[in-house]
Design a protein around this ligand. Structure first.
Ligand SMILES: [Zn+2]
Length: 451
């Protein structure tokens, strides 16, 4: 099989052409901009070619879907979100440790109920798709059954996830305190059954909540278990809040710093993902780089809980791999448009260009989870995880915006965007969300589906 980029395809299998304005990141500063473009998707859901429609229009396709002037962009990658917290979004008024006790732990305890877990999981995956997120790295709760239900729901819905059962066995409310042996056995079993399913559409992450809620023995055991499942992930929280950091220093006096707690327990390395990482020392940044560990920057959450400002340029200069996360429910919304905007707003001095924000919400996330060869941008050979975006579906947007250059449109998306702009969400070439036509004035004006 050969992959073309920008020239007509010679593949004779079943191909679908999606016509529209293709916008896709190339790197931190530049992006592909093809106003009358097309992405060609094969029957396995892989991108066969990307280019100008004029170069492809004489080719035979099984289907042609014409989105007119609407945008075709890579789906968003949300590196950090909590399924078991979605119903608590918008519960403000306290910093991290108080907020967890007041709102979050009681909500997560409800996932002991299979009915509750099913109900919430169904809602969660539909919401992710409605927000244009095509890969999310998800924390569930300390419940093996609820996590299994979440994987089944993601599998059935067609979502792409990295997900794991939360592990906490100390300093936790009684209803959420794990028996470590049971927690390890359930995590082992979930990873064995789900990791890599459907050619890596579903992936498993070992998920100790954060250092204060794990004993040293459990963290070591989780590290050993993670090492026994090649290709799986490890996700946790790091250096979010000053009181939290002081607490970790008291709990683990022999460790050099917060990241060293994870490092000495075998929890750093490729496919490890640390949420927040706001207040790191230079040693900790260097250790992230040295171990090829990654960070989920969650600006909306950091604003919401007044945790502090992620030093984005310092992290970049240090060479740390990072992308963006919504951190719902500490981040109030799943929309990665809002997360991009907050990432820009959070920097009080530095400017982040719209192109850079788009990169952080897509390709940088793929790099952070070591899937940049398959995800994060619209390029031949990658998985067809893409979204159709029409900014004119939202109020307060110039109805003629789609006539403007991509630079104007992108700037509008990152500062004004929300879930109303999502027309369709595709994972591996399959539509998992489509907004109702009646609600898409842009689609009626600019495009129509032709099969
Ligand atoms: Zn979190």
């Amino acid at each position: 099989m050969s992959f073309n980029n920008g020239s007509p395809s010679s593949n004779s299998g079943k191909l679908t052409a999606y016509r529209g304005h293709v916008v896709s990141p190339i790197d931190r500063a530049t992006y592909k901009d093809i106003p009358e473009g097309v992405i060609v998707v094969d029957e396995n859901g892989l991108i066969n070619a990307v280019g100008k429609w004029s170069d492809f229009q004489r080719q035979q396709f099984s289907h042609v879907v014409n989105y007119g002037k609407q945008l075709i962009m890579p789906g968003f990658i949300d590196l950090h979100i909590h399924l078991a917290q979605i119903a608590q979004a918008g519960r403000s008024g306290d910093t991290l440790l108080g907020w967890l006790t007041k709102y979050i732990f009681p909500e997560e305890a409800k996932f002991a109920s299979v009915d509750h877990a099913q109900h919430r999981a169904n809602w969660f995956f539909r919401e992710l798709a409605a927000n244009g997120t095509t890969l999310a790295s998800v924390f569930t709760s300390v419940h093996g059954k609820a996590t299994d239900i979440a994987f089944k729901a993601a599998d059935a819905f067609g979502s792409r996830v990295i997900m794991g059962r939360v592990f906490m066995d100390t300093n936790s409310p009684e209803s959420l305190t794990d028996d470590p042996q049971k927690a390890l056995a359930e995590s082992d079993d979930l990873c064995s059954r789900w990791h890599g399913k459907d050619n890596d559409r579903l992936m498993y992450a070992f998920t100790p909540r954060f250092a204060p809620t794990s004993t040293s023995a459990s963290m070591k055991a989780i590290g050993e278990l993670w090492a026994r499942h090649p290709g799986s992930y490890m996700q946790t929280h790091l250096s979010e809040n000053i009181d939290e950091i002081k607490w970790v220093a008291q709990l683990f006096p022999s460790c050099k710093n917060y990241l060293d707690v994870y490092h000495t327990h075998g929890l750093t390395g490729k496919n490890s993902l640390f949420a927040h990482s706001i207040h790191l020392s230079d040693d900790e940044k260097a250790l992230l780089v040295k171990t090829s560990s990654s960070v989920a920057h969650c600006p909306s959450s950091n604003f919401f809980l007044k945790s502090g400002a992620f030093p984005i340029r310092e992290m970049e200069r240090a060479g740390v791999k990072f992308g963006l996360g919504s951190d719902v429910a500490a981040g109030p919304e799943m929309s990665m448009f809002k997360v991009m905007r907050d990432a820009a707003f959070m920097q009080s001095v530095d400017w982040l260009s719209p192109a850079e924000l788009l990169y952080l919400a897509t390709l940088a996330g793929a790099v952070a989870v070591n899937k940049q060869d398959r995800l994060g941008s619209l390029d031949a050979g990658k998985e067809a995880d893409f979204i159709i975006v029409d900014p004119t579906r939202k109020s307060s947007v110039d109805p003629e915006l789609l006539e403007h250059p991509a630079e104007d449109i992108l700037s509008n998306l990152v500062y004004v965007g929300d879930d109303r702009m999502i027309v369709s969400t595709y994972v591996r070439g399959k539509a998992i969300y489509e907004a109702k036509q009646a609600e898409t004035p842009g689609a009626l004006n600019y495009g129509s589906r032709v099969s």
